[in-house]
Write a protein that binds this ligand. Sequence first.
Ligand SMILES: Nc1nc2c(ncn2[C@@H]2O[C@H](COP(=O)(O)OP(=O)(O)O)[C@@H](O)[C@H]2O)c(=O)[nH]1
Ligand SMILES: [Mg+2]
Length: 312
Amino acid sequence: MRALARAISQAEAGHGAELIRRLFDRTGNAITIGLTGPPGVGKSTLSSALVRAARSLGKRVGVVSVDPSSPFSHGALLGDRIRLTEHFTDRDVFIRSMASRGHLGGLAGATADAVLLMDAFGMDVIIIETVGVGQSEIEIAELAQTTIVALQPGSGDSIQVLKAGILEVADIFVINKADHPMANQLKREIRSMMAMLEFGGWVPEVVMTQALLGEGIEELWNAIQKHVAYLRETGEMNVKRSQAFRHQVRQLARGRLERRLEEELSAEMSEDIDPYEAAARVLRVFGFDGGVAETEPEQIRPAPQRATVKGL
Ligand SMILES: Nc1nc2c(ncn2[C@@H]2O[C@H](COP(=O)(O)OP(=O)(O)O)[C@@H](O)[C@H]2O)c(=O)[nH]1
Ligand SMILES: [Mg+2]
């Protein structure tokens, strides 16, 4: 475990390439679960309860907890640690928090490395907890095999879900703090939003939990197992794997390209020419000829979408 901790630190510092190259052969065995949702919804408490469930089945568990909203990282990560303390002495549980800014390939770079390393070091189940701040849910859905979106009643969360397009990436909805009087209403709202979508295969499960009391955790664990079984039986697991792979490659390549691009932009650039011509010149540095209109953004990055809105 100490070796794993060191390996992740190394990757976090941007020196993961050699390690990953050496260990990549040993990956591909773990179940990866993404757990996202607004701050305070109970993600860490849910993680802790899921760790307990997995441990009772003898599984080795890794938890990566990522907070992209750096000004609050310290408090949030501290909260994560408090919520997960009961597992700190368990040698088969590995917990890692990361604020991960400035890593090669940004947030997802360090996270993806940590997941690969935990997998290579023999974790059977890996939970990736991340605060939902728009883009991060989409990223986590690309990285994890099963994506859980946690919501809490009486907070207007359901509206947020629809706005951010999170509905399309959730495999499981968790309504935590289910003892709240608005819990059933939130469930109805989620159901009615789901009714507007056409699902290609998997239809998201909606699970009510009270993470603090461990209520509903068995149902949540079963929903995860059911989704994993679905992925395996339909062959979608391979799609998920290659999606995660491409996600990481994209992040790594993009990180490097963006830095190079910034260098070019900060190099002296004459404003005697128009922006299109300037862009064309910059692109020539990257080996592109013929100006800026050669690529379609949609083709560069397909959104990880399973469901489609009916009638569109
Ligand atoms: N009433 C109630 N409180 C909960 C429940 N689950 C978590 N909490 C509390 O909600 C707060 C935030 O939990 P935490 O797991 O840190 O949320 P995170 O920010 O999403 O990781 C903590 O004070 C938890 O004790 C629950 O099911 N019911
Ligand atoms: Mg947390």
